[in-house]
Structure formats: structure tokens, C-alpha cells
Design a protein around this ligand. Structure first.
Ligand code: NAD
Length: 467
């Protein structure tokens, strides 16, 4: 196991950022071959330190190595490989062709310029993925990067901070570690882009700090992502995919289904299917099952336990047991929950508790979704395109999957991000590259045909042709 996470002395932070800016100004990171080489180094890090990362993720979140591989390691590997393969195309300036007549003989191009020095702030629930995924885009786009791992997942932060600098060019990529104090001082520095993943309360703090320098931000936030189960859904397949997406990483996934909307007459059928699936995935004693994770901290545990305390057997359809010493919360399903419920329907749950909200019909499900903030994700389980298209047409969310959960995250051809309270901006694949570049409009004028262009010069008179 790696050494303990060491917080960056606050007084060193301005110097770290200044040093990155100095490097950026040399043009080092703009060189496309340099970018590819750094991405290859990041791949090497993922390969050589896979075991250390997997161990740290287990120590922080009891993540099974399968979940670490799927949710953390392979995503970074795929993104790196995508960028290396596509970098020549992505970095190429794009010529525009349909020009205004006065510029018809000139060259107009959009150059893909690196933004400069960018800050990436990661969150604890996927501490490798959420920190390094944006970094891949930032490197590909030619930036220098300050990396701020989440201090909550301290083991993973320590491993990344200990080893990654041996792989990447230290002049261009630097770490700031710590909590609120260190992040606050970091946010006082001037960056050219800030990429933040975490909760919306801190998202506002980040955006306010960025405003002081007019720095653009990407905010990857959370919210209550609904799952709608239509009457014509395949209930067995639905249960398999819903339970997988909900209890993956112990429910601590920003796009986990937060609550389920199903018609009143089908609630019981869904519970039966979910119970069967839970037994199949995590046995009759999930606490002993290696595939089942844990809550990250006692703080988060107490918050979740506090939610559960409001319900008794009349509403706990499955689970409900907890063990504080082990940070264990049994996979729990709550039934007959009102959409106005004062506890589980107020905040994002972010743990292994799944409320089921019965509705009269799909139109009521749509109304319930639409009175809330726009969610980060939405899942619709329905066979009939008429049913799922109607729901798609009448709602909005960062992303949506029909007949599955989470899978849109792994699809690099789809941008990933929120809308409204669930965030702004997006990334993954080409979108990551776009996020970290400035599209610089560039016009290269010919010095010929001056007499034709002279019409625009003063003194103006009515005889001159207008442009
Ligand atoms: P967290 O506690 O790890 O915080 C995120 C980062 O913010 C950390 O690096 C932390 O140091 C920093 N931070 C915390 N308080 C701060 C403050 N006062 N000032 C400045 N910086 C501060 O993670 P979290 O916020 O608990 O993450 C969980 C939330 O993030 C959930 O709402 C979840 O849905 C959301 N999330 C979103 C995504 C996404 O991709 N959209 C991914 C994961 C998590």
C-alpha cells in the first residue's frame, strides 16, 4: 500500500500553478508528438500500477477488482487509446469553405488551440476515472494540468500522487492535494479552464471562484436520476440491469438510478424480480459477498443510515440491515414511496437504497420527473418505441438510456455531461478534446485585389458599392 496522502502546503500552491504557466508559455505541451508520448506514458502507468490502484480502490471503497477494472482502469485506457489514434485528425485546423464574398479569395480556418493551464478537480466515488479521464482530454488538447484528487478517497489519491509524476513530464503536470483549504487557495489562482466533478454546492463555489478570472468551467454534478419501468417492459431483464446499475460501487455512482417509477399495479411484480436478482448477484448475505462494496466513510454511512431510520418494515421491501463498523448497508429497496417523500426523495441518495415510487400511469411519471431539477441520467425500460419516445420527447436529462443503466458512460461516441442543476459542459472521446481547446477563428488575407476591397474604406459616399 502506498504512503499516506500528504497535503500540499498552501503557500506552495501559487508557485505550482505559476510553474505550469511558465511551461505552457514555452510551447512544450503544444507539440503533438509530446502529447502522444505523454498519453503513452499514462497508458504505461495504468498498466504498471494497475495492481496498486486496484488495492487502493479496495481500501477506499471495497471495490471489487472487476468493478475497478470496468469503472476506472479500462475507461482511462480506452480514452488514451482513442486520443492517440485520433490525435492527428483532432489537432488539425479545419478549413471553412463557404465564405462571405469579400473574403472569397482568402483562407479561413479554425485552429484548435490549447487553452493553457487547466485545473482538474476529481471526486471520491470513481477516484481514478474522474480525475484522469479529463486529464486525458487536457493532455490531448495540449494543456498543462494541475490535478486535484479527492482527499476523501485518500488511498487512491496517494497512489496516483506517488507514482504518476514518474511517468508524466513534471514540468507540465502537477498535483495539489488537500481538502477545502487547499482547494480554496488553488481556486484563487488563474486557470484557463476548470473541470470539476462533485456535488452542486461545491460546484457553485467553483463557478464563483472561476468568475473572478472569467475562467470557463465544466461542472460534472449529480442529482436524482430516475428509472421508469413501463408496463410493457421485460421485468427480468429490467431487474438485472437496474440492480446492476444501482448497486455497482455500492450505489455511489453519479448516474446510478436514484429512484424507480412504476405503475401501482406492477410495483409488486418489480419487487419480486429485483429480490430475485439481488439474491443472484450478492447471495443471501451480501456482507460476505466480495462483489458487494462499502460506503466510503462514516460520514456518508451516517447520512444514509439517517435516511433509512425513517422507514419501517411496512416500506422496507428488501434489505435494511446495516453495520457501521464495516460501513455496510444491505442492498435496500423501499416501496410505496411518495414522490414528495421528505427523506429519500429530497436529495440524491448516493448509496445502496432504492425507493420505488408507484404512479398511475406513464404521464404521471413524466410529470414527477419534470417538477424536479433536470437529472444527470434517466433510464427508461420499455419495449414499445411509442412509449419510450413519448417519455424522451417530454423530458430532459444529461443523458438517457433505454432498456439499460450506466452503459452510455462507456460509449466514447456519446458526450457525457449534465444539464441544468446536473452540470454544464461535457466530455469523453472527441468531446473531451473539444472541452480543452479554444477554437480560434483565423483568417489569412491576400494582399491582392486591393482596388476591389477599397470600397470599405472612408471617405464613404453613396457612389461606392457596399460590401
Ligand atoms: P468530494 O467530496 O470528493 O468533492 C469533490 C471535490 O471538491 C474534491 O476534490 C474536494 O476536495 C473538493 N471540495 C470539497 N469541498 C470543497 C469546498 N468547500 N471548496 C472547494 N473544493 C471543495 O465529492 P462529492 O462532492 O461528495 O461527490 C459526490 C457528488 O458528485 C454527487 O452529487 C455525485 O452525483 C457527483 N458526481 C458527479 C459525477 C459526474 O460525472 N457528473 C461523477 C461523480 C460524482
Amino acid at each position: 500500500m502506498a504512503t499516506q496522502l500528504v497535503y500540499t502546503p498552501v503557500k506552495e500552491i501559487p508557485g505550482i500553478v505559476a510553474s505550469l504557466r511558465k511551461t505552457f508559455n514555452t510551447g512544450l505541451t503544444k507539440d503533438v508528438e509530446f502529447r502522444k508520448q505523454q498519453l503513452r506514458q499514462l497508458l504505461l502507468f495504468m498498466d504498471e500500477k494497475k495492481e496498486a490502484l486496484t488495492e487502493a480502490l479496495y481500501a477506499d471503497l471495497h471495490k471489487h477488482k472487476m468493478e475497478s477494472n470496468v469503472g476506472e482502469i479500462s475507461s482511462i485506457v480506452d480514452e488514451c487509446q482513442y486520443m492517440i489514434k485520433n490525435l492527428n485528425r483532432l489537432t488539425k485546423a479545419v478549413a471553412t469553405t463557404k465564405r462571405f464574398k469579400m473574403n472569397a479569395l482568402d483562407k479561413t480556418i479554425i485552429r484548435k488551440e490549447a487553452k493553457g493551464v487547466v485545473l482538474v478537480i476529481g471526486a471520491w466515488n470513481y477516484p481514478v476515472n474522474l480525475l484522469l479521464m479529463p486529464v486525458v482530454g487536457a493532455i490531448a488538447a495540449g494543456n498543462c494540468v494541475a490535478l486535484k484528487p479527492s482527499e476523501v478517497s485518500a488511498n487512491t489519491a496517494a497512489v496516483i500522487t506517488q507514482y504518476l509524476p514518474n511517468y508524466l513530464d513534471k514540468r507540465a503536470f502537477a498535483f495539489v492535494n488537500g481538502g477545502v483549504e487547499e482547494t480554496t487557495v488553488t481556486l484563487e489562482q488563474r486557470f484557463d479552464h476548470i473541470f470539476y466533478t462533485g456535488n452542486g454546492v461545491v460546484g457553485k463555489i467553483v463557478m464563483k471562484a472561476a468568475a473572478n478570472h472569467l475562467t470557463p468551467v465544466t461542472l460534472e454534478l449529480g442529482g436524482k436520476s430516475p428509472a421508469i419501468v413501463a408496463p410493457d417492459a421485460d421485468f427480468d431483464v429490467t431487474a438485472n440491469r437496474l440492480v446492476w446499475g444501482k448497486f455497482f460501487n455500492n450505489g455511489q455512482t453519479c448516474v446510478a438510478p436514484d429512484y424507480v417509477l412504476v405503475t401501482k399495479d406492477q410495483q409488486e411484480k418489480l419487487i419480486v424480480a429485483i429480490r430475485k436478482t439481488l439474491l443472484k448477484y450478492y447471495t443471501s448475505n451480501p456482507q460476505k459477498c466480495e462483489s458487494y462494496g462499502r460506503i466510503v466513510s462514516t460520514r456518508q454511512f451516517d447520512r444514509l443510515k439517517g435516511l433509512l431510520d425513517h422507514y419501517d418494515d411496512s416500506q422496507i421491501a428488501v434489505g435494511g440491515n446495516v453495520d457501521r463498523d464495516d460501513l455496510y448497508i444491505e442492498p435496500t429497496v423501499l416501496k410505496s414511496i411518495s414522490y414528495k417523500d421528505e427523506h429519500v426523495m429530497q436529495q440524491e441518495i448516493f448509496g445502496p437504497i432504492l425507493p420505488i415510487v408507484p404512479v398511475d400511469n406513464m404521464e404521471q411519471a413524466i410529470q414527477i420527473i419534470n417538477v424536479r431539477d433536470q437529472p444527470l441520467a434517466m433510464y427508461i425500460f420499455a419495449k414499445s418505441p411509442a412509449i419510450y419516445n413519448n417519455i424522451l420527447d417530454k423530458t430532459n436529462s444529461g443523458g438517457v438510456v433505454v432498456n439499460d443503466t450506466l452503459m452510455h458512460l462507456q460509449e466514447l461516441s456519446l458526450p457525457f455531461g449534465g444539464v441544468g442543476a446536473s452540470g454544464m459542459g461535457s466530455y469523453h472521446g472527441e468531446k473531451s478534446f473539444d472541452t480543452f481547446v479554444h477554437e480560434r477563428s483565423t483568417m489569412i488575407k491576400s494582399t491582392d485585389f486591393e482596388s476591389v476591397l477599397a470600397a470599405r474604406y472612408p471617405p464613404y459616399n453613396d457612389d461606392k458599392d457596399t460590401m
